[in-house]
Design a protein around this ligand. Structure first.
Ligand SMILES: Nc1ncnc2c1ncn2[C@@H]1O[C@H](COP(=O)(O)OP(=O)(O)OP(=O)(O)O)[C@@H](O)[C@H]1O
Length: 305
């Protein structure tokens, strides 16, 4: 199980690192085995930073990320269990080598003692698992394959390991509509194998398609999270409502989301007598229903995280 506990990431910027950007502030959520959780937010909300911290590609400033109770430890053992697939499949392949070199590298690192014949069988099985025909994709250069085929080969590569968690960061945004649905259905199948999937996207409709739970992120903090049907069927935070209102609908003009008339956080008394919290965004989440958590909707009245 993946768990983020009050995770914050502050980047240093500027010529001598004199300025800082809080990309993620006090985020807590988990992803259970066999569950797809979608992490939704607009550009710059901190989604990729969370993915990169889980994959050990950037450090955590404070808080903790654990997988099955162990902290992120970039290295062979960790990547045997935790893998990422990203938006642009072409950037993951060296155009000089055939695309199936991604499988060879996995064999060299993780399974050097597996015989060539057995490895061929395993690769064929993994490629078929992602609904590709080995005869059509193996032995080809990246430019001879489509984005969808390359993306599925990266998922097949992950399946060759003893994977527990897959971070899928905008993996369908460069694919055409039908290939996108194929890849989403594939992710949905992965969860039946007990794999946890963190599906990072800015596209609401894709997130709702396959995720049991949804985490809505804004400005590096969670504004609402819970069962997907609750978050999108009964959105309680104005930002979630605004996101939903912004989804284009055929024959329906765009409407402003309904104005904020109440705030669960303040109205529940969770803010204390003076209406202020200790500034930790996760503390500002209150329960709107079972497992359905909503942040303060009058952020201006609360101290910044
Ligand atoms: N290496 C970095 N150094 C400094 N600031 C960064 C760095 N990476 C990201 N940021 C900043 O952190 C914030 C969150 O960025 P992040 O890429 O995580 O957002 P995102 O939600 O994934 O956006 P997008 O959907 O556009 O990829 C942004 O303000 C971004 O400018």
């Amino acid at each position: 199980m993946l768990r983020l506990d009050n995770v914050t990431k502050v980047y240093r910027t500027g010529t001598f690192g004199g300025r800082t950007v809080t990309a993620v502030g006090g985020v807590s959520f988990d992803v259970l085995p066999g569950e797809v959780v979608s992490l939704i937010g607009e550009s710059g909300s901190g989604k990729s930073t969370i993915g990169r911290m889980i994959l050990g590609l950037t450090s955590v400033t404070s808080g903790a990320i654990t997988v099955d109770g162990s902290p992120v430890r970039p290295g062979k053992d960790y990547y045997r269990a935790v893998q990422g697939v990203f938006q642009d499949p072409f950037s993951c392949y060296n155009p000089v080598f055939k695309a199936d070199r991604v499988f060879t590298l996995i064999k060299e690192s993780y399974f050097p003692r597996v015989s060539a014949a057995e490895w061929t069988e395993r690769v064929d099985a993994a490629v078929r698992d992602v609904r590709l025909n080995p005869g059509e994709v193996l032995g080809k250069y990246p430019h001879q394959l489509s984005g969808g085929q390359l993306q599925r080969m990266l998922i097949a590569r992950a399946l060759l390991l003893d994977l527990k968690l897959l971070v899928a960061d905008e993996i369908t945004s460069m694919l055409d509509a039908s290939t996108r649905i194929d890849v989403l259905n594939l992710l949905a199948e992965l969860k039946t194998r007990g794999l946890g999937v963190l599906y990072v996207t800015h596209d609401l409709s894709l997130g709702t398609y396959l995720a049991e739970r949804t985490v809505v992120l804004r400005g590096g903090a969670v504004v609402e999270m819970g069962p997907t049907d609750q978050v999108f069927g009964d959105p309680r935070h104005p930002y979630t409502r605004a996101l939903l209102a912004a989804v284009p609908r055929l024959n329906a003009p765009w409407e402003d989301p309904s104005p904020v008339t109440s705030c669960l956080y303040h109205d529940s008394g969770a803010a204390g007598g003076d209406g202020r919290s200790d500034g930790r965004p996760d503390r500002r989440l209150v329960e709107a229903g079972p497992g359905h958590l909503v942040a303060c909707a009058r952020l201006a009245d609360c101290p910044p995280p």
